[in-house]
Design a protein around this ligand. Structure first.
Ligand code: SF4
Ligand code: SF4
Length: 103
């Protein structure tokens, strides 16, 4: 894999750098189905869940679904499978399951 040397990048003129992607409008993330990037998905065991909402607070993609102040599921269209919710759950109520497995 080709590695970037940050020192060399900083020495170059900004115009010589390849153009990246820009998102001209804010608030468009809902339109992008980032769940397709995922290899592991979170599965919540509601028998263990105490509704502390830690997973909701820590999820970087706002993918923990909450209704009436209670966790009700995961928005799998946008969850990227990072596993932060499972790592932060104090009850170990979230398991990260490989996409091809049932769960
Ligand atoms: S962090 Fe765990 S216990 Fe807390 S609401 Fe989420 S799944 Fe339930
Ligand atoms: S795996 Fe990551 S993106 Fe998906 S619900 Fe958990 S914290 Fe959010």
């Amino acid at each position: 894999m080709k590695r970037w040397e940050i020192k060399k990048v900083l020495e170059r003129e900004i115009e010589s750098l390849p153009q990246g992607v820009t998102i001209p409008e804010a608030g468009t993330s809902e339109n992008y189905i980032t769940g397709t990037w995922r290899t592991f998905k979170p599965v919540i065991d509601f028998e263990k869940c105490t509704q502390c909402l830690f997973c909701f607070i820590f999820c970087p993609d706002s993918s923990i679904e909450v209704d009436n102040g209670k966790v009700v599921g995961v928005d799998l269209k946008h969850c990227k499978g990072c596993g932060i919710c499972a790592a932060e759950c104090p009850r170990n109520a979230i398991s990260m399951i490989e996409e091809r497995e049932e769960g």
